[in-house]
Write a protein that binds this ligand. Structure first.
Ligand SMILES: Nc1ncnc2c1ncn2[C@@H]1O[C@H](COP(=O)(O)OP(=O)(O)OP(=O)(O)O)[C@@H](O)[C@H]1O
Ligand SMILES: [Mg+2]
Length: 278
């Protein structure tokens, strides 16, 4: 079943086409990642799907409804973590979670959530005194206070330390194992490669590639790089069949053999370029 269906979605700001006729679907239980350089149109797309911005063209269904006319029931089935955290600065951490639990009518143990996200010691601290990473974790904690079917995460791990990032990955995979659908945007290619069932790469408002990380890497035609030393001399090979090259190199007596396979980051840079975007 498709949880999100997007057909020819368009959004303009003045003359600029921020989203230029994009189409995709997200199936139930998938982790779908939207990738793209700064300004590609990711947040615009996500916020249209969340019902927070109006579109200029195209058809969309999210949980079977048009986001511009979401019912209260559809809204209750969704959880959103924004790119810029929108939390109440004057509530404490615990009060924030209580507020979300009450809003959505959940009955979860908030202390368990605080513990899991390493915020237990901060439970009586006002949100305004939290560090950037702690705020981010609290924003993520809010989605655990109820039982959404669809979770939107706009750059959930930006600014988090490595341990916190791994924790968030673990939580995202757990939500998936519970059958929830996750719509993610991220600038961390390792994160997208590790988590996603489907990756969609946007650039300048258009989709430039879509598929599973493995498919996309394969389709890119990028080669593996094999480095080795033969008789003390360093050699570098580009190949589609690194294992075969390694075998041949071993037969030639090569040492210090090192393989680097193309990853999602290589494909991303290959497709969207290395120059900065304004
Ligand atoms: N409310 C707005 N008014 C005018 N232009 C906007 C508005 N919101 C976004 N834009 C422009 O639309 C384009 C897409 O912005 P968007 O925030 O969707 O990008 P993004 O892919 O989320 O980027 P980032 O990776 O930096 O978060 C940008 O050029 C941005 O300047
Ligand atoms: Mg954005």
């Amino acid at each position: 079943m498709s949880v999100i269906m997007v057909k020819d979605l368009e959004k303009r700001y003045g003359n600029m086409k921020a989203v230029d006729k994009i189409s995709f679907t997200v199936e139930e239980g998938q982790i779908f990642s939207l990738l793209g350089p700064n300004g590609a149109g990711k947040t615009t797309t996500v916020e249209i799907l969340e019902g927070l911005r109006k579109r200029d063209g195209g058809d969309i269904e999210v949980l079977g409804e048009d986001p511009e006319k979401f019912s209260a029931e559809a809204k209750r089935k969704m959880a959103i973590v924004f790119q810029e955290t929108a939390l109440f600065e004057n509530l404490t951490v615990l009060e924030t979670l209580k507020f979300f639990r009450r809003t959505y009518g959940g009955s979860v143990d908030l202390y368990e959530i605080l513990e899991e996200l390493g915020l237990l010691e901060k439970k009586r601290t006002l949100v305004r005194y939290l560090s950037g990473g702690q705020k981010r974790r609290l924003a993520l904690a809010t989605i655990l206070t109820h039982d959404p079917k669809l979770v939107f995460l706009d750059e959930p791990t930006t600014g988090l330390d490595p341990a916190a990032r791994r924790k968030i990955w673990e939580i995202i995979l757990r939500l998936k194992s519970e059958g929830k659908t996750i719509f993610l945007t991220t600038h961390y290619m390792e994160e997208a490669q590790f988590l996603s069932d489907v990756v969609c790469i946007m650039d300048r408002g258009k989709i430039v590639e879509m598929g599973s990380p493995e498919e996309i890497i394969k389709r890119s035609g990028l080669k593996s790089v094999v480095k080795a030393k033969i008789d003390g001399k360093e050699i570098t090979l580009e190949t589609d069949e690194p294992e075969k090259s390694v075998k041949e190199l071993i037969e030639k007596g090569a040492e210090e053999i090192n393989i680097r396979k193309p990853n999602l980051e290589d494909v991303f840079l290959h497709l969207t370029g290395r120059e900065l975007r304004d």
